[in-house]
Design a protein around this ligand. Structure first.
Ligand code: ASP
Length: 266
C-alpha cells in the first residue's frame, strides 16, 4: 500500500546540548568540556543539526590529550590503543565502531556508518571501512599516565525536536586487546529515539551488564530520578555516569563519582 506521512518541521523546541568528559575524571578538565560544549552549541545554532553538533563537540575532546578518547586514549594491556565510538539519531539511525586502531577521530568514522546498512564494525573491518571513506590512518600513541577510563560524549536537541548522541573512548586502561566496553553497545552505552538521547560513561562491564542507558530511559520518573535509579543498579564503588536530554526539554548529567559536564541551552 501507499504510505502517507505528515512531516512537521515546527521549531518549537528549545535547543540544548550537554557534554561530559568521563565518569571518574577530575574537575580540572572542566575547561575542556566547556570548550567542547561551546563548539557543539555554535554548530547547533548555525545548522540546527544535532548530529553535526555532537560530533563537533566530541572532536574537541578527542583532540584534547587530557581526555580518554582520540589522541589521549588510554592503553590496553599490551600498550596499544583501541578505540570505540558511537553515534545515534532520533530518526532511527546508528553507527558504532569498536577496536579501531590508529585513527585520530573515531567519532567521524562511527558517524559515517549512520548512512550505511551495516550499523557496527569491529577491528579490521572498521579500518577497511574508514580507509574506503577516505580517513587517514596515523599512529595514535595514546596516554600512558592519563586516566583509567573516562569516555567523552555529547547529546543535543534541535529546535525541531531532533536528538543525536555521540560517544568516544579509549576504553579502560589495562583491559585486554579486543575487549568491548559499553560505549559502542546500543542500549548499554548509548541510546537515542524521538523521546530521548542518552549516554553512559564509567566501568563499561557494569554498564553493559545492566543495559544502563535503555533501562534508565524505561524507568518512568522525571529524568533526574530515572538516571539516579539507573546509576544505583551498580555498586557504589563502581564509577559510572549518565547524561541525557528528553524531547520534553529535561536535561541532566549525573554520576556516582566526579564527572565534568556542561549544559548549554538558551
Ligand atoms: N565506558 C568506557 C568503557 O568502559 C570507559 C569510561 O567511560 O570510563 O570503555
Amino acid at each position: 500500500g501507499k504510505e502517507t506521512r505528515i512531516k512537521s518541521n515546527l521549531s518549537i523546541f528549545k535547543m540544548k546540548i550537554i557534554c561530559h568528559g568521563g565518569a571518574g575524571h577530575t574537575p580540572k578538565v572542566q575547561d575542556g568540556v566547556d570548550k567542547a560544549a561551546e563548539e557543539g552549541w555554535k554548530i547547533l545554532k548555525e545548522t540546527d543539526n544535532p548530529t553535526l553538533a555532537v560530533t563537533a563537540a566530541t572532536i574537541v575532546m578527542e583532540d584534547d590529550f587530557r581526555f580518554n578518547a582520540g589522541t589521549g586514549s588510554c592503553l590496553r594491556d599490551d600498550g596499544r590503543v583501541q578505540n570505540d565510538a558511537a553515534v545515534a539519531t532520533s530518526d532511527g539511525r546508528m553507527g558504532a565502531i569498536t577496536n579501531l586502531q590508529d585513527f585520530k577521530n573515531p567519532i567521524l568514522i562511527a558517524r559515517e556508518l549512520l548512512d550505511e546498512f551495516v550499523v557496527m564494525l569491529a577491528g579490521e573491518g572498521a579500518t577497511d571501512f574508514a580507509l574506503k571513506k577516505g580517513f587517514k590512518q596515523a599512529k595514535v600513541k595514546g596516554s600512558e599516565k592519563g586516566w583509567t577510563g573516562d569516555t567523552v560524549g555529547a547529546v543535543a536537541l534541535s529546535s525541531t525536536g531532533k536528538i543525536s548522541v555521540a560517544s568516544s573512548t579509549g576504553g579502560v586502561r589495562g583491559r585486554p586487546v579486543g575487549r568491548v566496553g559499553d560505549t559502542p553497545l546500543w542500549g548499554s552505552g548509548f541510546y537515542c529515539d524521538e523521546h530521548i538521547g542518552i549516554l553512559a560513561t564509567g566501568v563499561g562491564e557494569a554498564i553493559t551488564e545492566q543495559l544502563m542507558c535503555y533501562r534508565a530511559y524505561q524507568h518512568n520518573e522525571n529524568l533526574e530520578k530515572s538516571l539516579d535509579w539507573a546509576i544505583k543498579l551498580v555498586r557504589k564503588d563502581t564509577g559510572v555516569g549518565i547524561i541525557a536530554i528528553r524531547s520534553d526539554g529535561q536535561v541532566c548529567g549525573l554520576s556516582n563519582t566526579s564527572m565534568p559536564f556542561k549544559i548549554i541551552e538558551k
